[in-house]
Design a protein around this ligand. Sequence first.
Ligand code: GDP
Ligand code: MN
Length: 338
Amino acid sequence: NSANASTSANANANGNANATLAVDRRANATFVILARNSDINGAVRSVRDIEDRFNRARGYPYVFLNEEPFSEEFQSRVRVLSGSKMEFGLIPREHWYQPEWIDEEKAKKERERMEQENIIYGGSVSYRNMCRFNSGFFFKHELMQKYRWYWRIEPEVHFHCDLSFDPFLFMEDNNKVYGWTITMYEFEKTIPTLWGHVRDFMGLHPEYVAEDNAMGFMSHDGGNKYNLCHFWSNFEIADMHLWRGPAYTAFFEYLDSKGGFYYERWGDAPVHSIAAAIFANKSQLHFFDEIGYEHNPYTHCPQKVETWEKGRCSCDMATSFDYNGYSCMKQWDNFIRG
Ligand code: GDP
Ligand code: MN
């Protein structure tokens, strides 16, 4: 396998002392980066970080997606950072833009109201397109079809620790479907009707609800009220079987038909998180403590000294978001402990 051979050669050429990092096994996985051409400097920083901390010795490929064609400059500036395969995809119009059946007058009124209320991205159509795309379409892109696993990366994020293991293989070997590093509360004003629709959907389709689900992480009264906890989806390592299967397909179509991606401002973070919490068993959700990760303004830094030292982490343990008042880690701990 020439890909593996060149990966090992890379690791050696870079003087990597840990020869065991040269891979003999890789998951069917890719990085996926949604970006605009104007995001180029941030995209370069993110790719450089993940290459330095993980991928130089692994050789996982990249898929970049954009609703406009990527410029030659964008492509050459990220290509130069890695020997891995990089593909640049154009998002089909029907996967990105506001559908015809959305009542634009109503949507506009809501955008203006949300903007007046200073709701973050409340007035933005493009942000709504992005959230709907990340919720229901990225895994349908033709360049993503050959892969099962993905690691979502955004421009301008940071990876703070060396990874001495492969999170994709960890997920595959341990029957995980959704991996995260930061969990927090959602702004209620962006999703006023979302939970009601989730409850209705669960009533219509009890057959899709996993037996040992993680509903208890998101609701303390058996699903009546949502506590707004969700996983911060700018970082995700997950199994696309979860999004491509019948439960999520029906769930996304149901939510989409309610128009809340445009009449409200539903984020892909609560949509993915709620779906993972109800369609997967709780043991299939995984907190990656070892992955030091930063997306402005928050950082997850490993909380055990051994982990921090082993990873040669560049983050400050003391400022990790985990037990910030706005974090949902406490709820997660309590839920998992039962
Ligand atoms: P935030 O993290 O919620 O503040 O949102 P971001 O602005 O970081 O956007 C989330 C992701 O979508 C990032 O990967 C952006 O590069 C990407 N993104 C946001 N808006 C657009 C857009 O209009 N077009 C494209 N191609 N990517 C976008
Ligand atoms: Mn972002």
